[in-house]
Design a protein around this ligand. Structure first.
Ligand SMILES: Cc1ncc(COP(=O)(O)O)c(C=O)c1O
Length: 497
């Protein structure tokens, strides 16, 4: 009988050293508790091209460059060659003549750098010392993070509550003499809808304000969808007024995680992204990105995947995503009480469930029961909570590997919804609501945090509960700052060493 590999508990002691095979066995064993990353049943976080040999190619390319330090292209010139190839391909697809860019570790880093470049350009060119960042309410949280790190004031503009797209007039009205950057998404993560990029960028240009298009998730899919015959509105640097754009190759480029590109309309704007420092006794530093030392492996694997899949390959993959999306939308619209949100551009779908099979209001408890029921059936659909009048929903990121799964997904969804409707609604415990209402996130002590987390079923080392509905219903009911504080504490408790 094969022996079960042992999974050791976390420890504060230094390992004594052991056989490589043993170490790898433990890594494989640890993975068993994770959601599957291949096979098309996990609808967030993972991108499965469903292409034989692609994972092996990425791994081999990573290995070939794992020890190369991307910090210094004068010592490792092949890094510059790979990055120029890669950014050149991105600029060819999404840029304009003269566009220049940088390979980064992901969407968040690309966004961080675009916001830094805009902040520094606004200071240098327009003399802005208290910069603002104007965002539609659906802009990715990474922009709030960038503003937090970089000291910009965020101005949030509500989106159209029916179509979930940014309101171009309201965005234009929010621009001020202090606006360093305005943002549009193509598409937004939450609802998968494309903002009116041309209108937003046009208004920005008229005021001399920079405009970033967050195409992290859509930037590689949309042009290939267009090539596959779908209608896609212009959204890239060819649109007048768009001055920068982010696109993640670790999403619909199907590279392994740690691969994105930020593109600028010209070298003069990109210059503001760089950091250089020569006033210390060590080597002269020029860092285009946040990291200093970085493995050449991530760049090499992204380059290899791009070279291998190629233009026709990406077009075929985009066609499969669109096919999955068409089939899923048709299936969802057949299920009583399910409402698809907005007009998804393909790739991402968000839907809510209504409190009656024939219609009604979005029902958070039912929605979260449905997510739990689906998880019990082996599917991961991502719950998104209500925000500023926008309904709670379940988000699905579709990939080529989804196509073969759509029929069983829709069947299980119908079945799971019947089960969810039969469950008692989840409500927030009045004792907990009372406890939470009296808490000030600014002054919350460790004991109070522990009490709320325990009440919510998230105590200590117990791990996550099987059913997340009770936890998420509570979270949905809490005011934003308290929610953020508790999430911080909760994640801190997960990384408890
Ligand atoms: C539209 C959009 N922007 C930014 C990001 C952040 O990207 P990352 O998670 O790679 O940092 C995402 C991730 O899903 C996204 O969908």
């Amino acid at each position: 009988m094969p022996t079960e590999p042992t999974v050791s508990g976390p420890t504060r002691s230094l390992p004594a050293g052991r056989a490589a095979a043993d170490v790898l066995d433990e890594l494989r064993a640890l993975r068993q508790a994770d959601a599957p990353t291949r096979g098309g049943r996990t609808f967030a976080y993972v991108y499965d091209a469903g292409l034989d040999g692609l994972d092996e190619l990425a791994a081999a390319a990573y290995t070939a460059y794992a020890t190369v330090n991307g910090l210094d292209p004068t010592v490792f010139p092949s890094v510059a060659r790979l990055e120029n190839d890669l950014v050149g391909a991105v600029a060819g697809l999404l840029g304009a003549p003269g566009a220049q860019g940088t390979f980064t570790s992901g969407g968040t880093e690309s966004i961080m750098l675009a916001v830094k470049a805009a902040r520094d350009q606004a200071r240098a060119v327009r003399g802005i010392t208290a910069p603002q960042l104007v965002l539609p309410s659906t802009a990715h949280a990474a922009f709030h993070k960038a503003a937090h790190y970089l000291g910009l004031e965020v101005v949030v503009v509500p989106v159209d509550p029916v179509g979930f797209r940014a309101d171009a007039d309201a965005m234009a009205a929010a621009l001020t003499d202090r606006t360093a950057l305005v943002v549009a998404s193509a598409p937004s993560y939450a609802h998968g809808v494309i903002d009116p990029v041309a209108e937003i960028a046009g208004a920005a240009a008229r005021r001399g304000v920079l405009c970033h298009v967050d195409a992290c998730i859509g930037g590689w899919l949309l042009p290939h969808l267009r090539r596959a015959g779908r209608e896609v509105p212009p959204f890239d640097l060819s649109v007048p007024g768009v001055t920068s754009l982010s696109v993640d190759l670790h999403k619909y480029g199907y590279a392994d995680k740690g691969a994105s590109v930020v593109l600028y309309r010209d070298a003069e704007l990109r210059r503001h992204q760089y950091f250089a420092h020569a006033a210390w006794p060590g080597y002269p530093v020029v860092n285009p990105t946040v990291q200093g030392t970085k493995s050449g492996g991530l760049l090499a694997q992204a380059w290899a995947v791009l070279q291998h899949v190629g233009e026709d390959g990406y077009t075929a993959l985009a066609g499969r995503v669109a096919e999955a999306s068409d089939r899923l939308l048709a299936g969802l619209r057949e299920i009583d009480g399910v409402r698809v949100l907005g007009e998804p551009a393909a790739g991402l779908v968000a839907f809510t469930v209504l409190d009656g099979p024939a219609g009604g209001a979005p029902d958070l408890s039912l929605l979260l029961h449905l997510a739990d029921e689906m998880r019990a059936r082996g599917w991961y659909l991502q719950p998104q909570l209500s925000f500023d009048g926008l309904p709670p929903n379940l988000h699905l990121t579709l990939t080529p590997a989804t196509v073969g799964q759509v029929a069983s997904l829709v069947e299980d969804l119908g079945d799971a919804l019947v089960s969810a409707r039969a469950l008692p609604p989840v409500t927030v415990d009045p004792g907990l609501a009372e406890l939470a209402a009296g808490l000030d996130p600014e002054t919350l002590g460790p004991d109070e945090v522990a009490a709320v987390l325990a009440f919510a079923g998230l105590a200590g080392d117990a791990g996550l509960p099987d059913r997340m509905a009770p936890v998420l219903v509570l979270l949905d009911a809490l005011p934003g700052p308290l929610k953020e504080r508790l999430l911080t504490e909760f994640v801190g408790s997960v990384f408890h060493v």
